[in-house]
Design a protein around this ligand. Sequence first.
Ligand code: ADP
Ligand code: MG
Length: 684
Amino acid sequence: MTVDMTAEIKRLSGVGPAVAEKLKKLGIGTVEDLLYHFPRAYEFRGNVKTVAAAEDGETASFVLTVMAPPTSAKTRSGLMLFKLPAGDGTGGCTVTFFNQNYVRTAFTVGASYRFYGKVSRRGKHVELNSPVYEPYSDSLLPLYPVYPATEGFSSVRINRLISSIVDRTDTVLPENLPDEVVSAEGLMSRTDAVRAIHHPTSLQQISDAKRRLAFEELFGFAKNARSRRKRDDAGPRAEMRPCDCSAFRAAMEFEPTNAQKRVMNEIYSDMTGRGRTAPMRRMVSGDVGSGKTVCAQLAAYIASENGYQSALMVPTEILARQHFEDTAGLFASFGKKVCLLTGDVTAKAKKEVYEALENGECDLVIGTHALITDKVAFRNLGLVICDEQHRFGVNQREALLKKGTGAHMLVMSATPIPRTLALVLFGDLDVSVIDEMPPGRRTVRTAYRDESSRDAVYGFIRDQVAQGRQAYIVCPGVEETEDDGLIPLEALTEGFSAENYDREMKRRKAAVNYAATLCTDVFPDLRVGYLHGRMKSSEKNAVMGAFERGELDILVSTTVIEVGINVPNATVMLVEDADCFGLSQLHQLRGRVGRGRFASYCILMSDSPGATAEERLKLMERENNGYKIAEFDLKQRGPGDFIRENDEKIRQHGQLKLRMAGALDDARLLYRAFEWAEKYTEVS
Ligand code: ADP
Ligand code: MG
């Protein structure tokens, strides 16, 4: 039976209005949404342990034979407690259940079951508390899906709904990739892939399914971007002629770097090149501090020399004001007028800006989202610039572009991205890269250390604090502990084994205690603040604010520290289990220090991470160029890390969430998705 993917979810049996409402909270409105609601993780029930080897506190599977019917007793709090005597060849185990009356008759004495749950162990006495269970057979699935759920609608219920479709053997999903592509790339069919991602029977199957679904996403993503671009290329263009920029060059306070010169030339020829029929669609990508602003200023200068107005849109009022202060004086010296338009300027000032834009008096307006409101109209808008490109969605950029005819567009991004990856993710843009820093910048000295240096590292942090500086300590993965025993979707690859699973679980446990130990045992005399993923944002802001004001010496964080945080006095960044992070992420983290006038350091801690991870960490010691780092990462680990780390940015750009591409470890697939998309793109 072919599934109607567009059917509303309430057409499924068992989905009434109340359930539909709950599903809506999860972003599920159609059958397709439901089937593409992928597990966030899996319970690894294939990790079967013996009773003798069971450790207190761990979550694992056991294959146990039931010895006798359950006994029941009332606890002091009035609950019914059932105890089921069971065991395997290595020892006896009591399986306990609370208030679950049906367990009285659920088990056959002498039969074997697979139990999955949390162990508690006191010496020889082993208990398994409220486990899930199923009659044992050789064909039990090793992996059970765990879904993003919502209050009142659990993962188990989501699984049941999805099962009602994918477990039917006659279910067929309409293929959404061209047949030619599926066969040339050796991809799974859509039906098989969706079934396998929900109910995998082997690791091989799950990795094939991820490949297929990631390909499908990237193909769709690239197709959207390309068709947007083709539409723009065929549209009107604000005509601009070559103009003399020597006055602008003379007014610059510094000699541009070679990279800046190259990018400025690219912008100049996009905007003024003879014979061009398409408007500029360009992204300037460069690390923080690489000098993107001057490129934007030049573009606005060129537009105004051609009699056009420009708009520079930035995500925050602070940034708008900063750009305004940097630009207004410079432009005034050429007799050009710059205006500021943000939500917080007075109504009177706003009105003046609106007028100056309509009558053409204003050459460049710098502002926030306030620029896209209906009140703003231009006399002749010829250039749109978006700083921090990822903070604006396609729709917002287009809303601003629509205020002119054939306006050129320049977007600026501070995320180093390899060109090949940019081709796919930002396929509607040409990409210029500023891969060079202005001279004289301090680099952050980076060192990779193992456990044997721990005391020295703590000593170094103390020294810095004694000199009045501050430090960051980042440790990964603590918030995952709530998901005890779960394997995230991305972590499941063919290389996955019970052994590395065990190691990962131990590491997570250690991380929780570590953060607390730092405050109480390692630096009890210093002012230590603690940020973690489960804090409310008001609590987070309070801690970050205290660190910014210098009221804390050390900020311990289990989440990636907000990119917006800027504490010039912080000079040390210690990253624990550094091999758990992607290199681009480490590079971004390291960018939190070295922002003031003090020498700054980044210490990457990792104990015997293996040869490949070691190579990565050593690269961080010698490489400060974000592009080289990103390139290396893409080659070695594929695009998944990058896509996951920049999930929000990418979603904003293309309006599509890449759910599965974040699990992709093969860069070649990415390029091929792009090439195929190019072939199948139609003008929208
Ligand atoms: P970003 O790329 O982060 O937007 P900016 O354009 O704000 O960087 O530049 C950061 C700082 O570096 C500014 O103070 C700017 O004046 C300065 N700067 C930019 N280019 C150069 C250069 N070629 N030589 C020296 N200083 C520069
Ligand atoms: Mg900038």
